[in-house]
Ligand binder design. Structure first.
Ligand code: SAM
Length: 489
């Protein structure tokens, strides 16, 4: 820990301190500017979320040109370079996986594989096959919080079952189920979901230094990935002596929803600048808007609060009372339709699912506030489906409908907000709305150059698109001037 402190302090303008209510915390020892890289780290161990429909390279996570390992038939690689990087560890894993029967292979989830890889890495470090560094060694894993004493019984039983399976796979006589179970608990509150630049999950990785970073619902930094490499970037000016904070959860929800998610998975009560407002009048309003019902009068955009005197909710804008029974009737209908729609979508009946999601949206418009998160999620699903069907016009309509809610629930610099502007820009571009495309792509660049940097292939593509759109907008303007000019002649 002392070595780590010195290393981080000297090289990166960071230091590790321990606070009684938070445990280890990462602090800055110099200023960081918006978009600046605070920390980059390779995973200690990682694993892709492979499924029967899509597999990825075990090292770099690409899904292109991958081939299955010819010995174990479980792990995939995109080429000999990635296979070589992974070979020291996979050589051992390969022998173990090759021995598993069909039933065992079916229970080989990404979490189980990650744990097997963790123990194999520990063994290879002990045997000096894999060299260790101050920031890359099993002691870093030992230092992670597990919260094992706070884990509920059902979860403990599940960890024990998973530990048993790891034990069967490894076949080591000195392994203790209790220790493996505790390591599963560590993974639950320390491992990170590896995503692509568009924040689509690809797998899971354990990044021991990044795991020192605590959470805030109003973070000053963001975690993004390029392949397996994780990078924490400053989202704003971070003065020397500040704590580096990222968000562990989806921050769009109400304070109560966020706190519930943090308590359930990470066992703490967040005391960030947003969470301390819990129960204050602004917080109650925001929660009613985001997760509550809308006014019965469709032309009124008021939010509703429960009327303690009557059996209903009162619109805080026009005073209209809405009965609980009427609300529940629509909510029930919406729930049933949502379940059917999701089933149709997962069974590959895209057209049927689209019709159902449109009905869900109609019901949600009837019952929820216009800035409801549920309604926003349905519109995101519709947007995604329509894009897959290449119905750009309708997709743009739904994209536009989500933007005001994104602008309400996410701060100006937030990757999801930047990505939604990007989608809007691309759709405008496909449809030939050049000026709108320039506007949305500019908004996307303003956000994503800070959260994602400017050098990744993803960002280069975005910057190229913006340049193209700008050139076309200028060309159109010039042609219009010439046409107008010729009428005057
Ligand atoms: C990924 S670890 C972060 C590093 C951790 N503080 C440590 O000592 O290793 C996640 C755990 O840190 C603690 N934590 C993170 N953010 C916190 C916060 N804002 N307030 C209190 N505890 C927090 C919780 O115990 C949580 O389960």
């Amino acid at each position: 820990m002392e070595d780590l402190r010195r290393l981080l302090l000297c090289d990166r303008g960071l230091s590790v301190s321990t606070l009684p209510d938070k445990g280890r915390c990462l602090f800055t020892t110099r200023d960081f500017s918006p978009g600046e890289i605070i920390l980059s780290e390779e995973p200690y161990v990682s694993v892709p979320n492979n499924s029967s429909v899509k597999s990825r390279c075990d090292w770099c996570f690409t899904s292109s040109n991958i081939k299955r390992c010819s010995s174990c038939h479980v792990v995939w690689y995109c080429g000999s370079a990635c296979q070589k990087f992974d070979w020291k560890l996979h050589r051992l894993e390969c022998q173990l996986l090759a021995q598993l029967d069909k039933n065992r292979l079916r229970s080989l989830t990404p979490s189980i594989r990650l744990m097997v890889k963790l123990y194999l890495r520990k063994k290879l470090e002990a045997e000096k096959v894999i060299p260790t560094t101050v920031t890359d060694n099993y002691n870093m894993v030992k230092n992670l919080v597990s919260h094992i004493t706070e884990v509920g019984e059902t979860q403990l039983v599940m960890y024990a079952q998973m530990a048993n399976l790891v034990n069967i796979i490894l076949q080591w006589c000195d392994l203790k189920i209790k220790e493996i179970a505790e390591n599963f608990s560590k993974l639950a509150c320390n491992a990170h979901t590896i995503c692509d630049s568009e924040l689509i999950p690809l797998g899971t990785g354990l990044y021991p230094i990044i795991s020192i970073i605590n959470h805030s619902c109003n973070p000053n930094s963001v975690l993004v990935f390029e392949g397996r490499m994780a990078t924490v970037r400053a989202m704003q000016h971070i003065p020397k002596g500040s704590e580096v904070l990222i968000s562990y959860i989806e921050t769009a929800g109400s304070t109560m929803t966020r706190q519930k998610a943090l308590k359930e998975q990470y066992f703490f009560t967040c005391g960030c600048s947003r969470c301390i407002k819990l129960g204050q009048s602004d917080d109650i309003t925001e929660s009613a808007v985001l997760e509550g019902y809308g006014c019965k009068n469709q032309t009124c955009d008021g939010y509703l609060l429960r009327d303690p005197e009557s059996k209903g909710f009162v619109c805080q804008q026009c005073g209209l009372v809405r009965g609980i029974e009427e609300i529940l009737e629509i909510v029930d209908e919406e729930k049933i339709m949502s379940e059917k729609a999701s089933l149709a979508l997962s069974s590959g009946h895209a057209n049927e699912a689209l019709g159902m999601y449109l009905m869900v949206e109609k019901l949600q418009v009837k019952v929820y506030h216009s800035s409801s998160i549920k309604l926003m999620r349905t519109r995101e699903t519709l947007l995604k489906m329509l894009m897959e069907m290449q119905d750009w016009k309708k997709a743009l309509t739904y994209c536009r409908l989500t933007i005001p809610v994104y602008e309400r629930v996410y701060p100006p610099i937030h990757p999801l907000r930047g990505l939604q502007y990007y989608t809007c820009g691309k759709l405008n571009w496909f449809l030939g709305y050049t000026n709108e495309a320039v506007k949305s792509l500019t908004q996307a660049v303003d956000v994503l150059r800070i959260t994602h940097g400017t050098t990744s292939p993803f960002m280069k593509e975005l910057l190229g698109k913006l340049e193209e759109a700008r050139a076309e907008a200028s060309y159109k303007l010039l042609s219009m001037d010439l046409t107008n000019g010729s009428t005057y002649l």
